[in-house]
Design a protein around this ligand. Structure first.
Ligand SMILES: Nc1ncnc2c1ncn2[C@@H]1O[C@H](COP(=O)(O)OP(=O)(O)OP(=O)(O)O)[C@@H](O)[C@H]1O
Ligand SMILES: [Mg+2]
Length: 251
């Protein structure tokens, strides 16, 4: 059974960074193959992992909608066609693959396309022992159930009161939307001191998180973001990268 790790949080807190570092750490620990799913149209999970995506699933969805409307491809052919197109969007790297969801739909009915997409993605994900899903801010992708049950939900926050409030809100929203997850980890990212800020323990209790942990603000990550963004340049001893081990103990 594949273990699905999904990352959520408000904008700019470090979701994509954590997603990329998790993929890297999984590979370093010999957990492979890994499927990385980039579900944020504005994200650059591919660049963070040192690869480049040419096609996203977004274009496939658009095609599917057109076919549904004009009837050029029918029935099973249509499903098969979509499956092939989705498979084409998969970027294969040495020990991990990546699929980018692209932008979400414009006006018009995408129900059929989205249903096929969900089915194909689930089938695809089930072939990998580990799946890491990077999301845009909020919980939209998880609420659309583009994936089946999440094994570990990671909520990333900055070490601020407002960040903590957002985590509380996301946690209640996840409950309201009945988003199913096995375990919950809260990651307080870009810490400037060793200790977690006041309120962290309280946040952990309020959300029932299995773990609340910090990751340091890191000069090397900052420098990489000013260059090509490829986190694979990081040393294997980088403290933020090795910090992923505590998260991975939970999956
Ligand atoms: N621990 C860290 N130390 C230093 N810089 C960091 C750290 N974590 C993230 N960053 C930097 O913070 C910026 C935002 O990170 P990232 O893109 O991962 O956030 P995000 O939550 O995915 O943003 P978005 O909501 O736009 O998708 C990037 O420039 C990244 O390099
Ligand atoms: Mg991001």
């Amino acid at each position: 059974m594949s273990r699905l790790i999904a990352i959520a949080g408000k904008g700019g807190v470090g979701k994509t960074t954590v997603a990329a570092l998790l993929v890297m750490r999984l590979l370093q620990r010999g957990c492979r193959p890994v499927l990385a799913v980039d579900a944020d149209p504005n994200s650059c999970l591919d660049a963070a992992l040192g690869i480049s995506v040419a096609k996203t699933v977004g274009g496939v969805r658009e095609d599917a909608r057109k076919f549904t409307q004009d009837g050029t491809v029918r029935g099973m052919d249509k499903k098969r066609f979509l499956e092939l197109r989705i498979a084409e969007s998969l970027v294969e790297s040495d020990d991990f693959d990546l699929i980018a969801m692209g932008r979400s739909e414009g006006p018009g009915c995408y129900c059929y396309a989205n249903n096929v997409l969900k089915a194909v993605l689930s089938a695809m994900a089930s072939k990998y022992p580990y799946v890491v899903l990077d999301n845009e801010a909020g919980l939209e992708n998880l609420s659309r159930r583009i994936v089946n049950k999440v094994s570990l939900l990671i909520m990333v926050t900055d070490p601020t009161i407002r960040g903590f409030e957002t985590v509380r809100r996301l946690h209640s929203l996840a409950g309201e939307m009945e988003i199913a997850y096995g375990r919950l980890a809260i990651v307080v990212n870009r810490l400037r001191r060793k200790e977690l800020p006041a309120g962290a323990e309280e946040l952990g209790k309020a959300t029932g998180a299995d773990i609340i942990m910090g990751l340091p603000a890191d000069e090397d990550i900052f420098n990489i973001s000013e260059q090509d963004g490829n986190l694979r340049h990081l040393s294997p001893q980088n403290p933020v990268l090795t910090g992923m081990d505590r998260i991975l103990e939970m999956v």
